[in-house]
Ligand binder design. Structure first.
Ligand code: ADP
Ligand code: GLC
Length: 481
């Protein structure tokens, strides 16, 4: 099959969160299975600076209609593995910036222009290079206008660019909402300005376009597929999602065992597997040293957390449980960056008991692997979670996750007291009291070493590899075709 992905992030070239991991793994797994895969990403300077992109060659100059003017750009292509071509849509003015979406303080004001240009660039490349895709698969709001722009271009030029289009919602909390003056830059017909098109309470909503106009809509877990049809989790688009219920599927992400495997992970000071866990203790010690935490004897659990510091990730629930961490004999290490207020809260917490609580306020790929391996428990108290990858990584690393019973967390973790087989983690409602109870249950489990070993063993046996997840996508593509 000829499969084209359009996404704003792709591991290892540009990543701010799980979207990059998910698209990267899906694309390479599909390529490995023999499909002809292309991925379109914006030509961020950081992505093009990646060593694997050094061989990128210009394949096209672009002239893109943006409202009543034209903007130029170019397309560079490189191929990191057989069957996989990565097309970068370049325009320095838009993509030669430090952050992908903003400068750390706030989002760039011209994001609507940047991503309309990106989607149009992808469509124009498909047309000019006569790529004739079977499936064009767009991810999240930044790529959400692709299906619509693609059909519009097909009408305009009387050609077929793709047989079917798929749109995946990785997070409905980010919709790409802009003032209506963004609309003319799409050059779409006026009837799409209204409520049956891209309009959302007087504004223009990119994600709504993806949900309404792709042939198939997917999201990243079965439970989240149900949740986003309700007002509680739909972020105002629940009605729009529900209108596509028949074409909506929830497919779980997977993990890439080439990157997330404790037996081979090059970021770890020692490797280990279910058969021999001695390396995990080495990772634990290295983690404590690297974060300047006091040594933790065998009865002192180490809690780890890695996330974007946003409301989504339940950082506030953690902060509201500060006395748990101060009162009990334990260690806590958090790796994350993002929201200034949450970061300050964590910093203050760490400062109140250095040696016991540590914050690494940065993006650090190696440290994220070390926490997955070196912690005794992985804490992920998300308020909502489309899929979540870290709880899968932590299970593979024999680090039982503490998760809320929402979205993909509920679909990928089983509770030690509820699952017939004994479970792989600890689950609780997304409340302060819920997390507190979960932490207490973790203390009890940690004191019962045979039970802990059994939970770890079960967690490490679970198969989250992308092979199964990619097969589910192929099945969906075939059905659509
Ligand atoms: P989301 O996409 O909502 O951020 P996921 O759990 O799907 O959540 O994926 C998060 C990814 O980003 C994981 O690979 C995680 O390790 C990584 N990550 C998050 N914060 C950091 C950080 N500060 N440093 C390194 N990696 C991080
Ligand atoms: C989003 C979600 C996360 C998911 C990731 C990859 O960032 O927040 O839950 O795992 O996308 O699909």
């Amino acid at each position: 099959m000829k499969i084209v992905h359009v996404a704003s992030e792709l591991f290892p070239y540009v990543k701010t969160g799980g979207l990059a991991d998910a698209v990267g793994s899906l694309a390479s797994t599909l390529a490995g299975a023999g499909h002809e895969v292309s991925v379109f990403i914006p030509g961020y300077s950081a992505a093009l600076a990646h060593p694997a992109a050094a061989a990128a060659e210009r394949v096209l100059r672009l002239k893109i209609e943006m409202g009543d003017t034209f903007m130029t750009g170019e397309v560079k292509l490189f191929s990191p593995r057989p069957n996989l071509g990565i097309y970068t849509i370049c325009r320095e003015e838009f993509f030669d910036r430090r952050g992908a979406y903003g400068n750390g303080e706030r989002d760039y004001e011209d994001n609507y222009q940047r991503y309309i240009f990106f989607c149009k660039g992808a469509v124009e490349t498909l047309r000019l290079l006569e790529m004739q895709a079977d499936i064009v698969h767009a991810h999240d709001w930044q790529a959400a206008l692709t299906p619509l722009l693609l059909r519009h271009a097909e009408n305009r030029y009387g050609t077929t660019l793709a047989l079917k289009t798929v749109f995946t919602i990785h997070n409905i909390a980010f919709q790409g909402l802009f003032p209506m003056r963004a609309f003319p830059h799409t050059n779409l017909p006026d009837e799409l300005r209204g409520i049956d098109g891209l309009e959302y309470y007087g504004q223009m909503n990119f994600m709504k376009g993806g949900i309404l106009f792709a042939d198939r809509v997917t999201t990243v877990s079965p439970r989240y597929a149900r949740e986003i049809q309700t007002p509680e989790y739909g972020c105002g688009l629940d009605g729009v999602v529900a209108s596509r219920a028949e074409d909506l599927t929830g497919l779980l992400n997977g993990l890439d065992p080439a990157i997330w495997n404790p037996a081979t992970d090059a970021h770890l000071p020692a490797n280990y597997s279910a058969a021999d866990m001695t390396g995990k203790a080495v990772c634990r010690e290295t983690l404590l040293k690297k974060t300047a935490l006091e040594p933790a004897p065998g009865d002192t659990p180490v809690f780890g957390m890695v996330c974007r510091l946003t409301e989504q990730k339940g950082v506030q629930l953690l902060l509201d449980n500060r006395d748990f961490f101060l009162r009990h004999d334990c260690r806590l290490v958090v790796l994350g960056s993002g929201d200034r207020r949450l970061e300050d809260g964590l910093r203050a917490l760490a400062a109140s008991r250095p040696g016991k609580i540590a914050l690494a306020a940065r993006l650090d790929e190696a440290m994220s692997h070390l926490i997955e391996a070196g912690a005794d428990f992985f804490v992920m108290p998300s308020m909502f979670e489309p899929c979540g990858l870290n709880q899968m990584y932590s299970q593979a690393y024999g680090t039982p996750p503490l998760v809320t019973c929402v979205g993909g967390l509920a679909d990928t973790v089983t509770d030690i007291d509820a699952a017939p087989d004994g479970g792989t983690g600890i689950m609780f409602p997304p409340t302060v009291a819920g997390l507190r109870h979960g932490l207490k249950r973790a203390l009890a489990l940690f004191a019962d070493k045979p039970a802990l070993a059994a939970v770890r063993a079960r967690a490490m046996q679970r198969d989250f590899s992308w092979a199964g997840a990619a097969r589910a996508y192929v099945h969906l593509y075939e059905e659509a075709l």
